[in-house]
Design a protein around this ligand. Structure first.
Ligand code: DC
Length: 260
C-alpha cells in the first residue's frame, strides 16, 4: 500500500475563523506523537497522517511561534523580552479547531503566514527555552488531545508531554537532505549546492539551539526519512497507527482521495 500524493491535502485550514473547540470528544482519544529535529518533515507528515486517519493535527512548534509572534507585536525589540512578558502576550493565543487540525490564532485571527516569517524563526528558539512558556504550550496541546484523536508533532511530545502516547515516532534525516527539501519547498525550484550548503549550516545551528528539548523517547519508532518519499513515510506511520489502535481503514481510505 502506498499513498498517492493528493493535491491540497497539506493545504492550510479551510475556515479562517478562530472558534472555540466544541465538545466532540471521543471517550479515549488516540495520541500519535511525532518528534524530530528541524526540517525533518514532522509537521507536513503529521498533518497528512491526521488527514488520512480522520484525526486532528496539533503542531506544538506553531504554538511557540505564535507566542513569539504575539510578543513581537507588543514588543518588537526582542532584547527586552522576559518570560513574564512573553506569557502575557501568549495570553492572546488560542488553539482553534479546523477540519483536520487545531491551529493557533492571535486575537482570534489566523496567523499561519506570520508565524512562519523570518523574524519569528529568529527568536522562537529563545522563547521555547522558557519553562513557563513550555508549560503553557504543553497544557494547550494536552487539552486539545482530550477533545479529539490527535497527531501531535514537536520535539518532546513523546517524552515530556505524552509519555503514554498511543504511538511515538521519531523522524530523522540527513541535514543536507533536510536543507534540500526545505529550500525546494520554499523556492519552488531546484536549489544550488551552495544554497543547500548555507541552509545546512542554518539547520545544524537550529539543531544545536533546540538540542535540549529534542529527545527521542525510548519507546519511539525511529524512522530515517533520508531515502524515503513523503508518501512512504506517511504510509509507514499510518500502518503503525492502525496496528497499535486496532482500527482498520474505516476513517479514510488511503486509495480514495475523495474520501479525505
Ligand atoms: O518545529 P518548529 O521549527 O516550528 O519549532 C519552532 C521552535 O519551537 C523551535 O525552536 C523548536 C521549538 N519547539 C520545542 O522546543 N518543543 C516543541 N515541542 C516544538 C517546538
Amino acid at each position: 500500500m502506498c499513498l498517492g500524493l493528493v493535491p491540497g491535502i497539506l493545504a492550510g485550514p479551510r475556515s479562517r475563523d478562530c472558534v472555540t473547540a466544541n465538545a466532540d470528544s471521543p471517550t479515549d482519544p488516540v495520541v500519535i506523537a511525532i518528534d524530530g529535529p528541524a526540517a525533518s518533515g514532522k509537521s507536513s507528515t503529521a498533518h497528512w497522517v491526521a488527514s488520512v486517519l480522520g484525526y486532528r493535527h496539533v503542531d506544538s512548534g506553531a504554538l511557540y511561534r505564535a507566542a513569539t509572534a504575539a510578543t513581537l507585536r507588543s514588543s518588537p525589540s526582542a532584547d527586552s523580552w522576559t518570560e513574564g512578558a512573553v506569557l502575557e502576550s501568549a495570553a492572546n493565543v488560542t488553539l482553534s479547531p479546523r477540519d483536520t487540525s487545531f491551529a493557533p490564532c492571535i486575537d482570534g485571527r489566523d496567523v499561519e503566514a506570520e508565524i512562519r516569517g523570518a523574524e519569528v524563526t529568529q527568536h522562537v528558539s529563545r522563547v521555547a527555552q522558557m519553562p513557563r512558556v513550555r508549560a503553557w504550550v504543553n497544557n494547550l496541546v494536552r487539552d486539545a488531545a482530550t477533545r479529539h484523536d490527535v497527531v501531535v508533532d514537536g520535539r518532546d511530545m513523546g517524552t515530556a508531554v505524552f509519555p503514554n502516547a498511543t504511538l511515538k515516532v521519531f523522524l530523522i534525516a540527513d541535514p543536507w537532505e533536510r536543507a534540500r527539501r526545505r529550500l525546494t519547498q520554499q523556492m519552488k525550484r531546484r536549489p544550488t549546492d551552495t544554497e543547500i550548503a548555507e541552509e545546512t549550516d542554518r539547520i545544524v545551528q537550529r539543531d544545536a539551539n533546540d538540542a535540549t528539548q529534542t529527545v527521542q523517547a525510548k519507546d519511539a519508532v525511529l524512522i530515517d526519512t533520508t531515502y524515503l518519499t513523503q508518501p512512504e513515510q506517511v504510509d509507514r506511520i499510518v500502518a503503525l497507527a492502525r496496528a497499535v489502535t486496532h482500527r482498520g481503514s474505516e476513517a479514510s481510505s488511503v486509495d480514495d482521495p475523495e474520501s479525505r
